[in-house]
Design a protein around this ligand. Structure first.
Ligand SMILES: C[S@@+](CC[C@H](N)C(=O)[O-])C[C@H]1O[C@@H](n2cnc3c(N)ncnc32)[C@H](O)[C@@H]1O
Length: 450
């Protein structure tokens, strides 16, 4: 691999005698890792081998399978994620009590790897906002969150500076900042071609701007996590130092076993591919020492669903009484955790470009049409009519093709397509016909080998 000259010099300065080992590691293949969803376990456990040291649900795979051809992947049983970046969960676990009801903002969220990591860390009384500034990246973020199934989430599409009304609102803010990507050179050669000292400067200035906005969102006592997938001082340690100078934050020291191979710096923690089995990564965690806390108080400005309809909805959810039900102007019903209505009201007021929480479906006359979001949510009732599909048929369902299984004996009505006990989506049995309700934009497009 021919590294940019200025980058080589920079790494020699940072690493000294470790530099040759670093260069050698760049010629090795990128490890393939998956992180299992702790709320969705397939009946046949995935074949996993070596565990990622800093995450109890994550594993290295011997080779990269075609994930598109695994229905369990589409059901949200696991996420394919670079190993080093999973350290965010361990850091948060050490920095804050995750058994509490927490309000969490993932400020630079698409495609959602770390958002799903956060979702697995949170309990069902917590609330997760996934924000992405680039509109074209919001779709994939939503899709990944829907699949993951954690019900208490909102996806928003704002610049980090547009959130002034959420000052002091969050217990945790994650800023996984856009960066020069030095840690991704072997995984993504494009990152290397785009690298320049000038680009490092641009990234550094942008990160400061995002960090300043992120700092404002944190409640006193809350934590701010700052991460990049790069090595240079400007984007990492110097930005971390800058934050402690311009805002009321102190670095949180983490306990890390030596065998994990993570390098502790003054403010943060650095992953190098010659020392850890993963890509280059940097994380610093800070606690806010002072500031104003925003109390969550407000009223959701959506129509409440009439009691008669709520009785219908109750059949579709596992714990229907833990939600309150509202109707959006387009008729979609959203289920909002009853304990979190004040929090949702504050978020709805402050964020204009956003989703409205878990959309469970809509009424057409007296009939309830369940949504795909509901099919994949862990909030869905367990006793709904369902059919377990073979792998072939599960893939056919995901391609929106006709199934081989004979469904003519199935009672008319809604039927969940399942694979290894995990929901893939809804079908409707109408006489001799089946309608597939998998959203068209979600269907598998690749040809399935015989
Ligand atoms: C490193 S990526 C995030 C990866 C993601 N956290 C994950 O784990 O899958 C950085 C993201 O920040 C977004 N971004 C860029 N500028 C931003 C801004 N001013 N505010 C919020 N997000 C921004 C980029 O569009 C990009 O999606």
């Amino acid at each position: 691999m021919k590294l940019p000259e200025a980058f080589s010099l920079q790494m020699q300065q940072i690493l000294g005698e470790e530099y040759p080992a670093f260069v050698e590691s760049l010629a090795e293949p990128t490890p393939v890792t998956i992180r299992l969803n702790n709320r969705k376990t397939p009946s046949e456990p995935l074949a996993t081998q070596e565990r990622v040291l800093w995450h109890s649900d994550a594993y290295y795979l011997a080779e990269r399978p075609v994930f598109t051809l695994d229905p369990a992947f589409h059901a949200g049983a696991y996420y394919v994620q670079e190993a080093s970046s999973m350290f965010v969960a361990e850091a948060i676990r050490q920095a804050i009590d995750t058994s509490k009801a927490l309000k969490v903002m993932d400020l630079c969220a698409a495609p959602g790897g770390k958002t799903t990591l956060l979702a697995s860390l949170l309990n069902n009384k917590s609330l997760l906002v996934a924000n992405e500034v680039i509109k074209s990246r919001v779709g994939v973020l939503k899709e990944n969150l829907e699949k993951w199934g954690f019900p208490n989430y909102i996806v928003s599409n704002h610049d980090s500076e547009e959130m002034i009304d959420l000052e002091g609102f969050f217990d945790i803010v994650l800023t996984d900042a856009p960066c020069s990507g030095e840690g991704l050179f072997r995984k993504d050669p494009k990152a290397m071609n785009e690298w320049s000292e000038n680009n490092v400067q641009i990234c550094c200035a942008r990160q400061k701007r995002i960090l300043q906005a992120a700092a404002m969102l944190v409640a006193p006592g809350g934590i701010l996590c700052y991460s990049t997938c790069t090595y240079n001082e400007k984007e990492n340690e110097l930005n971390a130092q800058w934050l402690t100078q311009v805002a009321d934050f102190e670095p949180v020291e983490l306990e890390i076993p030596a065998e994990w191979g993570i390098t502790a710096r003054k403010y943060g923690y650095q992953f190098y591919p010659h020392k850890t089995k993963g890509e280059g990564f940097y994380l610093a965690v800070f606690r806010k020492t002072r500031g104003d806390k925003q109390e969550a108080k407000g009223k959701i400005k959506l129509n409440r669903v009439p009691q008669k309809k709520i009785e219908v909805l109750k059949e579709w959810l596992q714990t229907p009484d833990t939600f309150e039900y509202f109707e959006k102007p387009d008729g979609q019903i959203v289920a909002i955790p009853a304990d979190l209505t004040n929090e949702y009201a504050v978020l709805f007021r402050a964020l204009h470009k956003r989703s409205s929480g878990l959309e469970i479906g809509q009424f057409k006359g007296n009939d309830f049409i369940p949504s795909h979001d509901l099919a994949l949510s862990t909030a869905i009732a367990q006793n709904l009519p369902a059919i377990e599909l073979s792998k072939d048929d599960a893939l056919k369902f995901l391609k929106r093709e006709n199934l081989t299984t004979d469904l003519s004996e199935q009672p008319k009505g809604w039927l969940l397509a399942r694979y290894q006990g995990l929901n893939l989506g809804f079908m409707k049995v109408i006489g001799g016909r089946i309608n597939n309700y998998l959203p068209k934009e979600w269907r598998i497009r690749m040809d399935i080998p015989e």
